[in-house]
Design a protein around this ligand. Sequence first.
Ligand SMILES: NC(=O)c1ccc[n+]([C@@H]2O[C@H](COP(=O)([O-])OP(=O)(O)OC[C@H]3O[C@@H](n4cnc5c(N)ncnc54)[C@H](O)[C@@H]3O)[C@@H](O)[C@H]2O)c1
Ligand SMILES: O=CCCC(=O)O
Length: 481
Amino acid sequence: MAEVLERTPTSSFVGGRFLGGTAALEVIDPATGAALTRVVDADAASVGAKALDAACAAQADWAATTPRERSEILRRAYELCHERADDLAALMTLEMGKPLAEAYGEVSYGAEFLRWFSEEAVREPGRFRHAPAADHAVLTTVRPVGPTLLITPWNFPLSMGTRKIGPALAAGCTVVLKPAQKTPLTSLALMAILAEAGVPDGVVNCVVTSDSKGLSSTLMADPRLRKVSFTGSTAVGRTLIAQSAEHVLRTSMELGGNAPFLVLPSADVETAVEAAMLAKFRNNGEACTAANRFYVHSSVAQEFTDRLVERTEQLVLGPGADPATTLGPLIDRAAVDSVQELMADAVERGAKVLTGGGTGEGGGFFHEATVLGDVPRDARVQREEIFGPLAPITVLDDVEEMIAAANATEFGLMSYVMGEDLGEVTAVTGRLESGMVAVNLGVGSDPSAPFGGVKESGLGREGSHEGLAEYLETTYVRLPL
Ligand SMILES: NC(=O)c1ccc[n+]([C@@H]2O[C@H](COP(=O)([O-])OP(=O)(O)OC[C@H]3O[C@@H](n4cnc5c(N)ncnc54)[C@H](O)[C@@H]3O)[C@@H](O)[C@H]2O)c1
Ligand SMILES: O=CCCC(=O)O
């Protein structure tokens, strides 16, 4: 699998070429804790400025391409992602740690944003209508927002990029992508794919740097930049929203989550447990949508808990590249320590470790799949995003109390509701303060659906028709009749 590293570019991509330079920034293998390879650490100010220059120089011509031309380039990029699935999946497993089967799943998921937006590109919205008095007409059209900064996290190295690049390019915007410094390789491989698919020089640029603050400050201080689209923590999102005020930038913010997982009295326990396994342990528990708090009705609590523990014990912890592995390492040592601290806090307040709890041996960043029972409402896990394989269960006697507990957070990204009584389920989903809800399922992500949060989980939506609108300005022309 490691041969893929020899084929993967190691420097920033600006104006249609990889810049080269001395590769000094280590990319760490989470399965061993050792350096996997090195990439060039771009100077945020100078390379950032060059990337924005390239994006600005390409903007007018890219906006002038026909929707069909943009669509066909995106479609070709989608096909190339599938042709290069082995490389993309291997890179994600190597640099991020997820099990290889899940990495292949992300290739499909990530590529699908390119296909979806290749189809959306040719369905640009617009309308013509008479004013109410029929004394004039209103022609409403859209145009691309303009050069955009895209900032992505490490947990989904391909799809968090394509979820932004797909709609931006479909709308006619040029971009500068800043991937997380922990996982730059997948993004660099994607740059080669986009160039091969026919994306003109300067339309997509990618700056790999350890100075993320320097890069965003450089670009956001330049009035030519018109938008920032960020996926990452709420803390960083807040800073970027404040910075975006200077030049009144359009912003899209996909931020942190704290998903409640409600098991209602009418739940089918087997269905609920299978959904819980996905919602909690997919992507090693490192997903913004991961179930963070399990609120289980007392009438089904024992059966649900026993079965969840049983299924959790079947997970195989190991390096993502091992085909037997179903739970990979976390991204770094700090992530392991953070899960341990949250667990210790809950245990100190009365929670019980029902299975797991340990960390792995050796240099890798392993944490066992863990289930906690009797987790009190004042434990830190009730308020803080875990980002690891820890499932805290709290048993409640009343559905009203479950809804109140679910909403008792500043976050509002994803929620899960398990129940077979449709009336009860829809009464609950309608009251959850959440941008997305999955019913009797453990995954809500879908390129054709609007992904995003309410409250402090973000602004705007990605995927679906809404995803394209994030990169379009609406303008109108008043016409005489
Ligand atoms: N809502 C979503 O769709 C979604 C998806 C994935 C991850 N997330 C969230 O992301 C977080 C985990 O990812 P992370 O640890 O990479 O988040 P993070 O906020 O630390 O980093 C995200 C990106 O922002 C960059 N960054 C960090 N500080 C910056 C600054 N001051 N200015 C500009 N850029 C900066 C990082 O280099 C990285 O590229 C979790 O909170 C998770 O819930 C949200
Ligand atoms: O981490 C958040 C993104 C999760 C997803 O898109 O499924």
